[in-house]
Design a protein around this ligand. Sequence first.
Ligand code: NAD
Length: 487
Amino acid sequence: MREVKVLGLLGTGVIGGGWAARALHLGIDVLAMDTRPEMEAWIRGAVENARGALSRLTLAPLPPEGRLSFTTDLEAMARAADFIQENIPEQLELKQRILAQASRAAPADVVIASSTSGLLPTDLQRQMTAPERLLVGHPFNPVYLLPLVELVGGQRTSPAALDAAERFYREIGMHPLRVRREIPGHLTDRLQEALWREILHLVNDGVASTGELDDAIIYGPGLRWAGMGTNLIYHLAGGETGMRHMLRQFGPCLKWPWTRLEAPELTDTLIDRMVEGTQAQAKGRSIRELERLRDEYLLAIQQVLKQFDLGAGATLRGLEERLYERSGRNASAGVDAALAAGTAAPARMLDTYVRPEWIDYNGHMTDSRYLQVFGDATDALLRWAGVDDAYRKTGRAVYTLESHVTHIAEAKALEPLYVTTQMLELDAKRLRLRHCLYRRRDETLIATARQLYVHVDTRARRAAPFEPQVHARLERLALAHAALPQS
Ligand SMILES: NC(=O)c1ccc[n+]([C@@H]2O[C@H](COP(=O)([O-])OP(=O)(O)OC[C@H]3O[C@@H](n4cnc5c(N)ncnc54)[C@H](O)[C@@H]3O)[C@@H](O)[C@H]2O)c1
């Protein structure tokens, strides 16, 4: 299975648009295909709408944004894509026909994943050429912010295709959940439907309004679910003996039973109650406004969960670690090569560009982003020396003590930039660096920074010497830079 540089999208509605925004943000080119030419404007709008939220997902250094292109030619898309994600309407025969057509044009090592909410992969792959690369990759709306993707193989799906899909989805910041056996509705929609069925019954029986039922979730269980799900939370509800006690105490209720298995009939009265109820809850806010509000709190929740390394927050942390690692890897190769060749020049530690959201009201890169860019260059240098996530988990880290930034010229949106870094001073616990930020277009120096860092024992909360192997690497660089001018 191949490395994914171009993601092909088959169908560019709500879900196709979400895949596009996520992939482009993480540096993957997207070739979107839809039968309706007007969907080009739609998908470009969807990507633009997602940009605000996505830009606040992480401060980690991102690769250059991917390029979006659009076609109505299915075969052209299938021939050019490295991975195809199908997002056409949920109709088995339509999906079977279109997937078969795509599979005849796509090389056999291109994984084809379906976003289907509930169809079985064995049914989807029936008419395909090389059916072993078909699997379900079921995402959740908004795809650009929610990391979950359910991975389901059919009878003919190869483990290699599932592995390749898992790698790709992780690369774009998702949490692939392997479903052991294909069942209609996979896992999550089975759970969601059970809850929704009860909601429909309770509204139908006149027991509660849609708003009251949403309150029943958002003030209680919903807050617990994001971090621990249902089962682990019930384990806690059983007191010291956990789940065993919980089942002994509440298990018998399951026989009464409180809930119903059959959904109620969707009568006009029930449909009206559901529609009027949710319209009242919306309080005049448009779908767009509500989407923005949803995106804002989904972002905030993930940032909070990140601090606890829980659920979607742990996924975000994993993505950030990979982004820092990727950015550090190129820099490290450059430093090693320069040291081996005995070249004494400041090391090129970061290549980046001015992301549109970094611009202030003057149309230039705003002040705080300079510190972010210099911080990323320091991070790359420290990673080269061995200060990475594993090192930090042992209770040691490097903190900033002082930053002095000098602005010389300006940078506009989308300008490619790079940072070179010079070691000015090193002792057992401290490190002083000088960064230079250049505009790649004309090699103009646009800012410099002098920064002082201290190595700390984060548990004792005080300065501590660098570990010997880290210090030895930093010292090699300090020696190589000793002859360079200091300003
Ligand atoms: N909406 C959700 O919340 C959600 C969540 C997860 C998964 N899904 C699944 O994703 C898939 C798409 O759902 P959606 O909500 O994005 O639907 P949608 O109606 O918004 O988009 C479907 C798109 O497919 C296009 N299309 C139709 N026939 C086509 C063809 N032959 N070739 C190319 N394009 C074609 C349509 O023009 C449309 O743009 C479904 O299988 C659905 O079950 C939806």
